[in-house]
Write a protein that binds this ligand. Sequence first.
Ligand SMILES: Cc1cc2nc3c(=O)[nH]c(=O)nc-3n(C[C@H](O)[C@H](O)[C@H](O)COP(=O)(O)OP(=O)(O)OC[C@H]3O[C@@H](n4cnc5c(N)ncnc54)[C@H](O)[C@@H]3O)c2cc1C
Length: 445
Amino acid sequence: MAGKVLIAGAGASGLMAAVTAARAGAEVTVLEAMERPGRKLLLTGNGRCNLTNMDPELPLRYYGSGQRTARLLTGRFGAQEARRFFEGLGLLTTEKNGYVYPCSMQASAVLESFLTELRRLHVKLKLKERVRRAWREDGQSAREDSGASGIWKIQTDSWRYEADVLILACGSKCLPETGSDGTGYRIAAQLGHTVVRPGPALAPVTCEGSFLPAAAGVRSRAAVSLYRNKELIKSETGELQWTKYGVSGIVVFQLSRFIENGGKNGDSFWLSADLLPEFERAYLADLLKQRARKLPKEHAPALLGGMLHHKLIPVVLAGTLQAGKSAGQAKTPLCRDLTDDMLDAIAAQIKDFRLRVTGTKSFDSCQVCRGGVDCGEILADTLESRLHPNLYFTGELLDVDGPCGGYNLQWAWASGAAAGNAAAQKINSCSLTDCPGRAYGTQNQ
Ligand SMILES: Cc1cc2nc3c(=O)[nH]c(=O)nc-3n(C[C@H](O)[C@H](O)[C@H](O)COP(=O)(O)OP(=O)(O)OC[C@H]3O[C@@H](n4cnc5c(N)ncnc54)[C@H](O)[C@@H]3O)c2cc1C
């Protein structure tokens, strides 16, 4: 009889763990809190699912206490392995600039491929079963060299399950409407694991500025740098989206994970946006001076009409002219009234537009969480708990996060495969009599 593996969570990493463990001979049951599996998976890549990235340095891109673990496991099971795995499910993938998607460009195709394979492997998928608590009961121990002792009891709202091996794949607390509401952290903490404080990552950033409503809706190319006090943390170039509360877009998402504690821990975070990254500041200043001389009777905004989105022009000029030497002058002076110093200041403002950060948007608006189960308490090659044998963790529940672009799903695939495989091997190493693994379910009285 196959040993029993129970997986809490039918998201990206739980589905991967289920397929891997079942293929390796384990009897697998997946408990999913929601009425449908893979709800977050369906939202990925705007419904197209950017399922991995061909970046040759992908293993080096992860953050958190699990940085080294992610490096090891995504090095072992990387983008090529993920694409081959999906091909084995009949899901063909395509790549553009390193970003890998299903050829159908539908996240639903990824989920369907998993569900078809789960049916083929006779994996039991139980929906609307949110795990609340898990504990190990000793007595029916498995073989000593497997490191196991006792069976897992898993309590949901209505049922109690038993398993030889438990894999927690409950995700983070990002976008709780998809089912990942943070219960995974609570279960891990009940089991004595340290949970590094979770925070939103890949999130929009909120900023100070009465000008923001005027700029809202603009999407412009920019090089954006994040500073903590005077220290440059990181720079990104791409499409910057202006909103009424601050800024968003992939460039901002990539920086948001560095705004620790939502920017509320006493440090001062701010962004510097270079609104014309292809052009040098001196070149822009010269161009503005030439244009000002040619257009003496035009108002200052005419100078910038061919350079910036029209909604950004008053924002840039207001910042410059109000703070500059023009105090007391009209807000939109004529070009002939602009001194060289003022034109230099406009060029400087375009190249270094500053936004004071007040925080990030919450868990409702982020794409992943930073923080999670401390990977110092997890074996790097198998993802087994160092505190409890036969307990494994996968995906975003662990303190690992990656940038936008397929890296987080790649972590889900790599970690799900590692834990699923290790769990099945653990079970296969048990003799028939030693592995208790009785089938599940005693109704909660
Ligand atoms: C809008 C959006 C777009 C994204 N796009 C991309 C992208 O294109 N590429 C990319 O790489 N990454 C993307 N991500 C990130 C990626 O989706 C996640 O990193 C990944 O889904 C994490 O997988 P997971 O298995 O750890 O968690 P999840 O996918 O969140 O799955 C966790 C599952 O566990 C269930 N669950 C939670 N608690 C319990 C419990 N107590 N008992 C039972 N079940 C439970 C949940 O209902 C859920 O189904 C995106 C995220 C969002 C929000």
